[in-house]
Design a protein. Structure first.
Length: 93
């Protein structure tokens, strides 16, 4: 059954275990925490670890390694700060 689930994330680089094939549909803040919402297949028995990065406006974004690229997911706003959320994707060899 396809449902939407919420996952909390933090600043910097981090990994989240999601059901295989989860589709990120939104990035926002809730209760001063950055969250991502994803469409997931609740009956999926396999999960995958996915990598995310959060950068503040004006902060340096390091170069990606060979075989990697970033996909922009969204921008989140706090009273004094703005952050930009990316998924770091590693190409399969």
């Amino acid at each position: 059954m396809l449902t939407v689930h919420k996952y909390t994330i933090s600043q910097g680089n981090f990994k989240v275990r999601l059901p295989l094939g989860a589709k990120i549909i939104s990035v926002h803040t809730q209760d001063n925490v950055i969250c991502i919402w994803a469409e997931v297949e609740t009956l999926a028995s396999t999960t995958e670890e996915r990598s995310f990065e959060v950068f503040g406006t004006g902060h340096r974004m390091p170069e990606t390694q060979y075989g990697q690229h970033r996909t922009f997911l969204g921008t989140v706003f706090f009273p004094e700060l703005v952050f930009h959320v990316y998924e770091l994707i590693t190409e399969e060899k």
